[in-house]
Design a protein around this ligand. Structure first.
Ligand SMILES: C[S@@+](CC[C@H](N)C(=O)[O-])C[C@H]1O[C@@H](n2cnc3c(N)ncnc32)[C@H](O)[C@@H]1O
Length: 298
């Protein structure tokens, strides 16, 4: 009798062209891992579970459901409900952006800042636009001291996902750390409040809805939340101007703001930040040599 592993192997061979058109660079082993995650909730060593499972009626229905979604080009993390980022697995669904590997650079820079800035006083950290919580939770897992953190998002559904991820990853975060989730447009929840932060991080929406549309993969546009991706072209600069002014009002002197952005627009945002009075405004490249990060101090 055919094993599930044999079935998947044959399916992958026959459908490789279609699959790689949806998922560029998809390999058979990662495809099998995702199927295991979908069917069994866990992956096994060398796809052992697929090898041991006979391809019988009971399982065929679930495999078909997986393949139906795959053949629509649904991003694999939305099918399995899980995505890997930095050192952890995160729950994801279509209410949140699938965390991208380049954002891991922000985790590294932000954790280096916190480590260098650590002087015994509790540091205050804010993430704006937390989505799944991948960035703030990776940052909090990375430091071996307590931090007072807040994570905001305009989407309450995204915050539900982030809260679940916090619950699952809590054990890897210093016990003195606190993390509050806040539903807010940028930093509006701080209006009329005196609270100041040592560090603010953000991977905000930064694609121009019209101007950049040809640069967005159609499956990203089709499946990922538009609120996480796009800003209107005509409001782009004013959106960031309000954001930067709020950040400037909420950062301590010497505090840092680290942000991911679009390689075609970061230069302009760098000039804007300088005009608004930020110090040490710098751009940083990602691992593909693209200018993707903006760093500044108050
Ligand atoms: C590019 S995603 C980043 C998600 C996550 N931080 C990550 O890096 O994977 C941007 C996030 O910002 C949120 N967002 C969009 N507009 C916002 C606003 N005006 N205020 C706060 N959050 C906003 C979106 O809901 C989304 O979760």
């Amino acid at each position: 009798m055919k094993s599930l592993n044999q079935f998947v192997q044959e399916y992958f061979e026959e459908s490789k062209a279609l699959l790689t058109s949806f998922y560029p660079g998809l390999r058979e082993d990662t495809f099998k891992r995702d199927l295991e995650l979908y069917l069994f909730g866990v992956e096994s060593d060398q796809n052992q579970r697929l090898k041991e499972t006979p391809y019988l009626k009971g399982i065929q229905q679930n495999v078909s459901k997986f393949i139906n979604q795959v053949e629509k080009g649904t991003p694999l993390p939305y099918i399995t409900g899980k995505s890997y980022f930095y050192r952890n697995e995160f729950l994801v669904n279509s209410d949140v952006l699938i965390p991208r590997s380049e954002t891991e650079i922000l985790v590294e820079d932000a954790s280096n800042f916190l480590k260098q800035n650590q002087n015994g006083d509790t540091q205050h950290v804010l993430e704006v636009g937390t989505g799944s919580g991948a960035l703030i939770l990776s940052l909090l897992s990375e430091v071996d001291f307590g931090v007072s953190a807040k994570a905001s998002d305009i989407s309450s559904k995204a915050l539900d996902v982030a809260r679940k991820n916090f619950f699952l990853l809590k054990f890897g975060i210093h016990s003195d750390t606190t993390l509050d989730f806040i539903c807010s447009d940028r930093l509006s929840f701080l209006e009329n409040k005196e609270q100041k932060f040592d560090l603010i991080v953000s991977n905000p929406p930064y694609i121009k809805r019209k101007g950049d549309s040809s640069l967005v993969h159609p499956k990203v546009h089709e499946f990922e939340p538009h609120q996480a991706l796009y800003l209107d072209d005509e409001n782009y600069n004013s959106w960031f101007e309000k954001f930067f002014l709020q950040v400037r009002n909420s950062l301590k002197t010497g505090g840092a703001f680290l942000m991911e952005g679009h390689e075609n627009h970061l230069n302009e945002l760098k000039d804007l930040a300088k005009t608004l009075g930020f110090q040490n405004v710098e751009l940083k490249k990602d691992y593909c040599d693209r200018w993707r990060f903006l760093k500044m101090k108050n």
